[in-house]
Ligand binder design. Structure first.
Ligand SMILES: [Zn+2]
Length: 258
């Protein structure tokens, strides 16, 4: 794919999502069905949409990352598999808060018979509740379970966000808070805001480099109050299964409880 088509490919969904949220969902469904047919096969299997394909698709610079049908990425497939195998989410009665809901996963949660599902996001038009993760508008001890995938890396104060997640989680409840963790780094690198004021005198925050977590990620979760169990869930699968499900071998699950 040349650069122009690549830009169109990546920009179109975000424009549709922002200005035509309903159309965006229809386009995703249509595109998912079409790609599902086009990439039909039996080499890989997506646990999120329970369909198999001849391959997963490239996403950004990663080969074999995205499900052609439901758009799940490696982390979503691992998380969904973890949820159904380790948490009893299919049969348990619980109130679930899902931050920054992914298209591939929210469809599954909505179908769970015993789960009262709430999703929230600061800006996504698809979210049920508009909310800043650093100022969650729910009472303390409101949720039995919380999911938050690759959000902390983008917020200005991650500890504040974590403390808010901890506050609204019920005692005895669990949370899975996933972030990109660079195994080679010891310490988390905090994000850098470059103010437009530096350039134009207006003082607006304009450029932002996402936070990169290091091997101290679990300590940061603990700092917010959580008890944390770091698991190499992916290693419970054979190498054939890892490749068939399109998992990332180094993705870890940080299972937090209150
Ligand atoms: Zn899928």
């Amino acid at each position: 794919m040349n650069r122009l088509w690549q830009r169109i490919y990546y920009l179109t969904p975000s424009i549709l999502k922002r200005f035509f949220p309903r159309h965006y969902v229809h386009v995703l469904r249509w595109l998912g069905s079409f790609r599902s047919w086009y990439y039909r096969g039996d080499k890989v299997y997506c646990p999120c949409c329970e369909h198999s394909f001849r391959r997963f698709l490239q996403f950004k610079n990663r080969d074999g990352a995205q499900c052609p049908r439901c758009f799940s990425l490696e982390r979503h497939r691992i998380l969904w598999m973890f949820l159904i195998q380790k948490t009893g989410i299919l049969s348990g009665k619980l109130v679930l808060l899902h931050f920054a809901p992914e298209y591939s996963m929210q469809n599954n949660f909505r179908k769970l018979p015993y789960v009262r599902y709430v999703n929230a996001d600061l800006s996504s038009p698809l979210a049920m509740v508009k909310m800043d993760i650093m100022r969650i508008g729910f009472r303390e001890n409101s949720f039995d379970a919380i999911l938050c995938v690759h959000v902390l890396t983008l917020v200005s104060n991650d500890l504040k966000a974590l403390q808010e997640l901890y506050r609204v989680l019920k005692p005895g409840g669990w949370a899975i808070i996933l972030s990109p963790v660079c195994a080679g780094k010891l310490n988390t690198v905090t994000p850098r805001f470059i103010s437009l004021g530096e350039l134009s005198g207006q003082g607006r925050k304009a450029f932002f480099t996402p936070r990169i977590y290091g091997s101290d990620y679990a300590d940061i979760l603990v700092q917010a109050g959580f008890k944390v169990k770091e698991t190499d869930f992916v290693q419970e699968f054979s190498s054939q299964e890892i490749s068939r499900f399109g998992f990332k071998e180094d993705e870890k699950i940080f299972f937090c409880t209150k």
